[in-house]
Design a protein around this ligand. Structure first.
Ligand code: ATP
Ligand code: MG
Length: 574
């Protein structure tokens, strides 16, 4: 392709309002352009990247035995009423009406449509298992669209749905999808982790998210520094702590004026926050209040806490006035002594001894407090986020925490949709059985942005070769001024195309500095520079975008050597 016919639409200026590198670079490199909040055009270079990612996904889905179909983006509301999600989904669901005032949605996902299809198309266990997928535009009216196509409103997703006669068959396909996802991210040369995820409201039996590692990621992932364990921070369980140390000095009540936060208390008492008890009051399951205590340096995990029978789900903090009325003291000096409500402590809080805690009197705390001796023994549980350095839940190694971008999600749905949408087949014994389902999503457009988060420098994008819009930028110096440069460039261009190298020839009449800057910005893995000076020596300069390394190549047989290099780059491990 020639830049004269394939406009790059690169921008010199920093685009306003782009907070993270990928968003900035996708705009500057001319991959996308904003139309409206969360709505983007994919410009020619961007579309080539999107298609490459989709291509790898398609190949691996096909290889894993899934079959592609295409469902409408617009779906009748009737199906959503039947599944119950017309009411449950909330404002993220874009609802529309046609000219007859009939309700429709623009699909944020397709469980309803595929289940409706399956209910009609599948009649016998002999047709199972089967796994359908599509690559299609979704719309979600995100409350905060941001970071360009990373969290857009309209975006491209691969979504797959599998159907099974029993749980064992669902297991097999789930494992096959897990393996296919690994191959997809490996082939795209991305650093990622497959993490155990909470099955949440859908209540399926297993779920993994695939996260592309990047400091700007919205999610935190906990993984073992030795074993394979990886889970989202929200999900990873913390182990009950080792035994609590024996109590020391007698408990003492002291004045702590103004020390109403853990940090202020720790500073006033000159002790680490880990020696202070953090008090939280949440709505109880019975309509009352429940007290939850954490070690001062730990964070509450709302998802875990809400699973405790004494805590209302979803977790909500109790009204401050109701707490003050129940305890007889305003927040800032609250503790476990004399509470007339369920008292829960996180495993690590329950293992503390000789700690500081509120005395339930304004401006006063206890020091040298101990469970059992001074305070009632609490009910213990796992109420906190796992932290860097905690033992790994699988017993192998210690936890490290990194940020990630959720790029894929696989989920055993069980019978949730098949029951609601009445998807039954005749089983082996001739009796109808409700089928089991799995669903498997990948954010194709989000992967493009996430890949850039992981692969860029100050000068621009550094594409992993398998998703680069082209493999090589052919950059002549003086194409329009020096006939010899033009002739040699054209010869090389033809040879490269013949050798199968996806080449972008920058034939613009612009200063070399402009061509080089755009070439760095757009991030193709290789660049060949043709100049009069090098031609005098029979040489062409080759530059690797990632390492910045340059070397001279003989202009004879240059195309063959470059083709071999490209083949290596397309295969290389992340
Ligand atoms: P998130 O927690 O980021 O909102 P999700 O749990 O809603 O994601 P799924 O419903 O599992 O996402 O959708 C499958 C995939 O679609 C996600 O893993 C992600 O890669 C992609 N995706 C979801 N929402 C968006 C969005 N607003 N913009 C771009 N991609 C998205
Ligand atoms: Mg979402």
């Amino acid at each position: 392709m020639r830049v004269s016919r394939f406009p790059l639409h690169t921008l010199k200026e920093e685009p306003a309002g782009a907070e993270i590198a990928s968003h900035r670079l996708m705009l500057r490199a001319g991959l996308i352009q904003k139309l409206s909040s969360g709505l983007y055009l994919w410009l020619p270079a961007g579309l080539r990247v999107l298609r490459k990612v989709a291509g790898v996904v398609r190949e691996e889905m096909d290889a894993a035995g899934a079959c592609e179909l295409l469902m409408p983006a617009v779906q009748p509301a009737e199906l959503w009423r039947r599944s119950g999600r017309w009411d449950e989904y909330g404002p993220e669901l874009l609802r529309l009406q046609d000219r007859h005032a009939r309700d429709f949605v623009f699909g944020p996902t397709h469980e309803e449509v595929i289940s409706h299809f399956a209910a009609g198309a599948l009649s016998s266990y002999r047709q199972l298992p089967v796994n359908y997928y599509q690559i299609q535009t979704k719309f979600r009216d995100e409350i905060r669209p941001r970071f360009g196509v990373m969290r857009a409103r309209e975006f491209l997703m691969k979504d797959a749905y599998s159907f099974h006669a029993d749980a064992a068959s669902l297991d097999d396909t789930y494992q096959a999808m897990f393996a296919a996802y690994r191959r997809i991210f490996d082939r795209l040369q991305l650093k990622y982790r497959a993490v155990l995820a909470d099955t949440g409201a859908i209540g399926g039996s297993a779920s993994h998210e695939f996260h592309i590692l990047a400091d700007s990621g919205e999610d935190r992932i906990a993984f073992s520094d030795e074993g394979d364990y990886a889970a989202s921070v929200e999900f990873a369980p913390t182990a009950p702590a080792a035994e609590r140390a024996a109590p020391g000095a007698a408990m003492e009540k002291i004045d702590t004026p103004g020390a109403v936060t853990i940090d202020a208390l720790a500073e006033m008492l000159d002790m680490p926050p880990a020696k202070c008890l953090k008090a939280l009051f949440v709505n109880g399951a019975d309509g009352g209040i429940t007290a939850v205590f954490l070690r001062g340096d730990h964070e509450l995990n709302a998802v875990k806490a809400a699973k405790h029978p004494a805590i209302a789900s979803p977790l909500q903090f109790a009204d401050a006035q109701a707490v003050a009325a129940a305890v007889g003291c305003a927040p800032g000096s609250l503790g476990p002594l004399g509470l007339n409500m369920p008292v829960l402590a996180d495993h690590a809080a329950a293992a503390m001894s000789d700690f500081a805690t509120g005395a339930n009197e304004e401006g006063r705390h206890f020091i040298h407090a101990n469970w059992g001796r001074d305070l009632p023994e609490p009910q213990t549980g796992d109420f906190r986020n796992i932290e860097e350095g905690d033992p790994s839940p699988d017993g192998r190694g210690r936890i490290r925490i990194r940020r990630g971008i959720e790029a894929g999600h696989i989920f055993k749905l069980g019978a949730k949709y098949s029951e609601a949408m009445d998807v039954k087949v005749l089983g082996e014994n001739g009796k109808p059985v409700t089928v089991m389902m799995g669903c498997y999503g990948i954010g194709i457009s989000r992967i493009v942005a996430a890949a850039i988060e992981q692969n860029h420098d100050d000068n621009g994008i550094i594409w992993p070769a398998p998703m680069a819009p082209f493999h090589l930028s052919l950059t002549p110096v003086g194409y329009h001024l020096k006939p010899r440069v033009k002739t040699e460039t054209e010869r090389l261009y033809r040879e490269l195309l013949d050798a199968g190298v996806e080449t972008l020839l920058d034939d613009r009449d612009a200063r070399p500095g402009v061509l080089f800057a755009d070439s760095d910005l757009t991030g193709l893995p290789l660049r060949l520079v043709v100049s009069e000076k090098n031609l005098d020596r029979g040489q062409i300069e080759l530059k690797h975008r990632r390492s910045g390394e340059t070397r001279m190549m003989a202009s004879e047989n240059c195309a063959g050597a470059v083709a071999a290099l490209c083949a290596d780059l397309l295969q290389s491990p992340p």
